[in-house]
Design a binder for this molecule. Structure first.
Ligand code: PBG
Length: 329
């Protein structure tokens, strides 16, 4: 006796059928747009390695945010480039600095836009590390972890008071989520959630960002506090530690070379998970597209779909506005 062989029928003959069985759907509301704030008026300093991205003074930044809003993007994250840097990074919490000024202007112009503050000292320290440096008993220079914590809390409070809806520590110091939570709560900012860059690798993909934020370390690198790209169990451990400290959302960064990590973190927690499609990933996309080697729209949407499929609830991407428009066409 012979059995009929099961012949799978592929539900992909038409776009309507494909749509019916599609497992992952991107929408403009998934994206968070990173923006770089500088002081002044009418300033737009393009970042050579990130075509379409520029350092913006607050007036231009608000216009850029409005364009994003009109395309359907509902959240943005701000990085600041201060006029002056020092060893401690004191400009980070300056209420008159570009970031705080931008939050006030954004809340005025686009009250519903979710405005996130990146919290890190590396844009504000003159040495470019994510906190003040100290020499340990053996003469080794490293970031002073515990001395950095109150500085981060102070900056987070300043951003929230200026109008940030969410604060996002990206420094990787131990204990910073708890320190920021305590600082916010003590200032009556109990409703402000913390989006923790819980899983942040020491990655070569941040190169263009460091040009944009002028935050490359003058000496040494960030391997002492950022993660080893070879590790994934450590990522889950880092994520769960931040959950215990009071994180409300978690982030994995970079995205593309870390989709397995993203999916592991997603399975390990019930918190919303964000993924950062970082500057180097964007630079590669743009460079290949400009050379005519790949189709930018097709590849960008494929990348963003893959990041969402791997588990991201939110995707930070420099392609946010383009992708939102492509999705609406
Ligand atoms: C640190 C920070 C970095 C990025 C976001 N926040 C860079 C770093 O650790 O040097 C990188 C983002 C990107 O590459 O797009 N404040």
């Amino acid at each position: 006796m012979t059995f009929p062989v099961h012949r799978p029928r592929r539900l992909r003959r038409t776009e309507t059928l494909r749509g019916l069985v599609r497992e992952t759907r991107l929408s403009p509301g998934d994206f968070m747009l990173p923006l770089f704030a500088v002081s002044g008026r009418g300033v737009r300093n393009p970042i050579a390695s990130m075509p379409g991205v520029a350092q913006l003074s607050v007036d231009n930044l608000v216009e850029e945010a409005r364009i994003a809003w009109n395309a359907g993007v509902r959240s943005l994250i701000l990085f600041g480039i201060p006029d002056k840097k020092d060893a401690e990074g004191t400009a980070a919490w300056d209420p008159k600095g570009p970031v705080c000024t931008a939050f006030r202007a954004l809340k005025d112009a686009l009250p519903e836009m979710i405005c996130v503050a990146d919290v890190c000292m590396c844009e504000y320290t003159d040495h470019g590390h994510c906190g003040p440096l100290e020499r340990d008993a053996r003469g080794h220079v490293a970031v002073a972890n515990d001395r950095t914590l109150p500085l981060l809390a102070r900056a987070a409070v300043a951003y929230a008071e200026a109008g940030a809806d969410v604060v996002a520590p990206s420094d990787m110091m131990d204990g910073r989520v708890a320190a920021i939570r305590k600082g916010l709560d003590e200032h009556g900012l109990t409703q402000i959630p913390i989006l923790s860059y819980a899983v942040k690798y020491a990655s070569g993909f941040y190169g263009p960002f460091r040009e944009a934020a002028q935050s490359a370390p003058k000496e040494g690198d960030r391997r002492g506090y950022q993660m080893d790209p070879a590790n994934v169990r450590e990522a889950v451990r880092e994520a769960l530690l931040d959950v215990d400290e009071g994180a409300d959302l978690l982030m994995v960064k970079p995205a593309l070379a870390y989709l397995d990590v993203l999916s592991a973190v997603k399975r390990a927690t019930n918190l919303p998970v964000a993924a950062y499609n970082v500057s180097g990933e964007y630079a590669m996309l743009k460079a290949a597209a400009q050379a005519g080697w790949i189709d930018e729209k097709r590849v960008a949407l494929e990348i963003l779909t893959a990041i969402k499929r791997a588990g991201a609830d939110i995707i930070l991407t420099y392609s946010a506005v383009d992708a939102a428009r492509w999705l609406q066409d």
